[in-house]
Design a protein around this ligand. Structure first.
Ligand code: NOJ
Length: 550
């Protein structure tokens, strides 16, 4: 019988977006030797697992989320020997290595697809999803996430193939057992090489209904409809994940993180409830557009409470505010101007006080902010370009469309890591592949590493604290009612140890309800770097404190 792996509960996972982390050879693109050269920085931060966004061979239509060689390293990033060295160097420092696994789709340049597209009867014919035209057109009305139809016609076969994402990302046919075995054997190959875990991309979409009915959702400005009323989370998708667990995750004792679409708590539980033997934890994917429009402290509270009650007996949580698909957390949930530092620290205190495994996305630990490029041509992200085009199709002016793209663009999180105030932020000696945020002269790692009051030092303190504090790593949680929706008071308890995190999510002062904060406590971390026994009855903008109750 599967049991919750205890060691997973002690991880703090740092996400590296390799293209933007550290360049070692001056071509303007981050690479694996660059990552190796920064492992001591990560060690200093205290994390014990590194998740690498894809480093496999890829034509980079979607920056590596379109894989053309699952057992190869993209030459831009280095060689397989570099990867092996990275893995060894991480292990020497007590860090696990987690790779992104993108198997809902491959690249159209993968040899499987190149063969599959040639005819209806080649050995790889059934590795992808092919359908005949319907009345001379696409088989149904489904939209691709990155714009236009989700179907692309191939004259050689006289058929369309299905692609949920760009047309260079054809969906693999999980209904085919031979394909599934190929994937599992590739995963085992990485595990044998010493890989410790996978973050599995877009996993909720594996199974599709074979009759591909039309979506009932209203069409997008380009006339196609998202299939989100039909596809995510179908029973066979869960069956495939279970099979993957049985064949690879469990035998190799891997840490596993699913990127899932789950609007309801019940659905989230299906991926991570331990007896179902699917994933250790899940990252629910929320599209930035939804998040920006619907985010509020109230909603955050509801989501945290609901998933906490559902999973406290038999599941676990991935805790994150940021990743490579979202705007920068301090720009979205905090304040990237006057209160940048305190709000960055407040978000850290909040997140690291919750039950679950915390994720740190590169640059968040120094409070990096969104980057607002001045022209759509400066953006690299195909999603940002699609957002822009959709806005124009809906009648927006180019200025309005650009504004929308600036807010939502995934490039906000993908600008190069800001290491120092030297040229190109210490990221590269060449021309960076994507513009560097000009605020690097002020916001950079070098400024912060030795400053005990920096955002970096707050992260370091929180990560170190978790190692010796069972109330944080294993404790139960209560969220107290409070006078303001912007005020969070989180209590964590384990045996006699009680911690209280008090966080103001607004740029205004907030009075804390009387009687909530006991008279006697030890102040462990403060977003204003306050010390000692202070008066916390009136919190300043974005003030947060983590207290140990005596
Ligand atoms: C989710 C990934 O996080 C995102 O970056 C990518 O574009 C899609 N899946 C498609 O692989």
């Amino acid at each position: 019988m599967y049991s919750n792996k205890d060691w997973v509960k002690d991880l703090v996972i740092y996400q590296v977006y390799p293209r933007s982390f550290q360049d070692s050879d001056g071509d303007g693109i981050g690479d694996i030797p660059g990552i190796i050269s920064r492992l001591d920085y990560l060690k200093e931060l205290g994390i014990n697992a590194v998740w690498l966004s894809p480093v496999y061979r890829s034509p980079n239509d979607d920056n590596g989320y379109d894989i053309s060689g699952y057992k190869e390293i993209n030459p831009e990033f280095g060689t397989m020997q570099d990867w092996e060295r990275l893995c060894d160097e991480c292990h020497k420092r007590g860090m696990k290595v987690i790779m992104d696994l993108v198997v809902n789709h491959s690249s159209d340049e993968h040899p499987w697809f190149m063969e599959s597209r040639t005819s209806k009867d080649n050995p790889k014919s059934d590795y992808y999803i092919w359908r005949d035209p319907k009345n001379g057109k696409e088989p149904n009305n489904w939209a691709s996430v990155f714009g236009g139809s989700a179907w692309e016609y191939v004259p050689e076969r006289g058929q369309y193939y299905y692609h949920l994402f760009s047309k260079k990302q054809p969906d693999l046919n999980w209904d085919n057992p031979e394909l599934r075995e190929e994937i599992y054997s590739m995963m085992k190959w990485w595990a044998e090489k010493g890989l410790d875990g996978f973050r599995v991309d877009a996993i909720s979409y594996l199974d599709k209904p074979q009759d591909f009915p039309d979506s009932k959702l209203p069409p997008n400005p380009d006339g196609y409809s998202f299939s989100s009323d039909i596809v995510p989370g179908r029973p066979d998708t869960h069956a495939y994940i279970h099979e993957m667990n049985e064949k690879v995750f469990s035998p190799y004792n891997m840490v596993t993180v699913g990127e899932v679409i789950a609007d309801e708590t019940e659905e989230l539980c299906r991926y991570v409830a331990s007896e179902r033997e699917e994933f250790d934890m899940a990252i629910p994917f929320v599209a930035p557009v939804i998040e920006i429009n619907t985010w509020s402290p109230k909603k955050l509270r509801e989501d945290i409470s609901a998933s906490y009650s559902a999973l406290q007996q038999n599941g676990w949580w991935a805790r994150f505010f940021s990743n490579h698909d979202k705007p920068r957390q301090v720009s979205l949930y905090g304040n990237d101007k006057e209160y940048r530092e305190v709000s960055a620290k407040m978000l850290a205190i909040f997140l690291h006080s919750l039950p679950g495994t915390p994720f740190v996305y590169q640059g968040e630990e120094i409070g990096m902010t969104n980057m607002y490029f001045e022209s759509i041509d400066d953006y690299d992200d195909l999603d940002a370009k699609n957002t822009y085009n959709m806005q124009i199709l809906s009648g927006a002016t180019p200025e309005e469309a650009l504004k929308e793209a600036q807010m939502l663009s995934r490039d906000n999180a993908r600008t190069p890591m800001q290491w120092s105030a030297t040229e190109n932020a210490g990221f590269t000696t060449g021309k960076p592949w994507l513009g560097i945020n000009p605020n690097y002269s002020e916001i950079n790692a070098e400024n912060q590493i030795n400053d005990p009051h920096s955002v970096f030092s707050t992260y370091k303190t929180l990560i170190a604290l978790r190692k010796n504090c069972k109330a944080i790593s294993r404790g139960s949680m209560e969220i107290a009612d409070s006078v303001s929706e912007n005020l969070f008071i989180i209590k964590r308890s384990y045996g006699n140890e009680i911690l209280l995190a008090v966080c103001n999510f607004s740029d205004e002062n907030i009075s804390v309800d009387s009687g909530i904060i006991p008279d006697s406590y030890e102040l462990l971390v403060s977003s204003y770097d306050r010390e000692g026994n202070i008066n916390l009855t009136n919190l300043r903008p974005y003030e947060a404190a983590l207290l140990r109750i005596k």
